[in-house]
Design a binder for this molecule. Sequence first.
Ligand SMILES: [Fe+2]
Ligand SMILES: [Fe+2]
Length: 181
Amino acid sequence: MDSISVLEKEHENISKIIDLIKKKSIEFMKSDEINVEFVKLLIEILKEYADKFHHRKEEEILFKKMQEDLGRIGEVMVVNGMLVEHELARGIIFDLGQNLENYSKDKSDENLIEVIGNMMTYRRHLAKHIEKENTLIYPYAKKNLSEDRLREVDDETERFLDENKEVLEQLTMKIDKLFQY
Ligand SMILES: [Fe+2]
Ligand SMILES: [Fe+2]
């Protein structure tokens, strides 16, 4: 198992979701209405798939080894870079949840634009984050972690995927549903 390819594949899935975010934002803007059920499911997927399934796996496996083995550069790249960006993403999702609650209670223009604004903020943030990991962080890890360490990353990723098979099946179904809206 090549764990970096697994992460890159997950990036492709997340990228499709954030492309959908743009498409739906335009739709909401034109119709002057938010599909609340869509955004609810979106938030659930961003929390469970993008964050718990993907970001947490990076944090607990690959990034952990980078922090341990790659000295100051590894530390800066991971902690000041990627972990801070994961936290930012969590903050945006939290805000989006609040925005949606406000919109559900009062469908004002102000509440509508807050929902769309935060959906697009998330999209922009994650697109940049993914680009950075694909072009900078993952290649740096591949080049600089020892073979033994990379094998550990592969083994731990394989174990994680084995233990979370059902979780992934459920999430895949939810993601399919999101694209049917
Ligand atoms: Fe990440
Ligand atoms: Fe990532």
